[in-house]
Design a protein around this ligand. Sequence first.
Ligand SMILES: [Zn+2]
Length: 290
Amino acid sequence: MEGPSLYLAAEQLQPFAGRRITGVSGNSKIGIERLAGLEVRQIFSWGKHLVFQFDTFALRVHFMLWGTFAATVEGQSVTGDYRRSGPPRLVLLFPNGEITIWAASVKFVEDANAKGAYDFSADVMSDQWNARAALAKLRAFPRAEIADVLLDQAIFAGVGNIIKNEVLFRTRVSPFAKISAISDRKLRAIVADARAFSFRFLELRRVFALRKNLEIYRKSTCPRCGGKIERRVHGQRARRSFFCRKCQAVRLTGSSRTPIRHSRSGTSSRTAPRRDGGGRPRRIRLRAQA
Ligand SMILES: [Zn+2]
């Protein structure tokens, strides 16, 4: 799930702020029993984190690539159309409803004010988002590929692979372009659109119309020139880029190729390495939650 989905989640879960947890279950091993009977003080999102603040500590949920959740308030579903599978990681029961979380990373943060530790100027969904600061941080990585840096949560908290691909297509920039090779005007456009498109993503998510309104992510034909949309796993993060060679002026070089990992048996494989935040390596073919 990307930033706008977390922003929406925090909004959908507000009916539980100020409410007491009456039951806890799930396969999480972090000691979730301590949540029973506690009152939720605040629910907020930062980037791809969803945080439940209690009196003396907080519960931080990171949905990684595969995590998802559902909630009901007074018997009505308040959440989206996310796919879910397997036993829940965490179920929180309240007098007015329940929250169920699957396949996410959950962690306790021993802080009575977890919100204070986050830099909201780096969150593309925040009122405190600082485009100028993001531009300065971008320029500190002249040799990095733009597709990699757009996924850096210290610069663009909340931007995931869908937003990355759409923003690069919308601004007509090659995902393989090095920061130093991109003009100031284009860099500013990318920074501005990282926020603008995130809000469009939010509005589409609200009405369950995200997938069909994407222009390039997982598409096959360029909506602008009718050419073929190509896909390639690349960069330090080994994430997939979708691109139109013509519209995004793509020039592929050796360093842009898929990193090949060598196994002990001497053969090569193209499975994705560990991603930020941990978790088991997975085949990229699986579709992440939006
Ligand atoms: Zn095109």
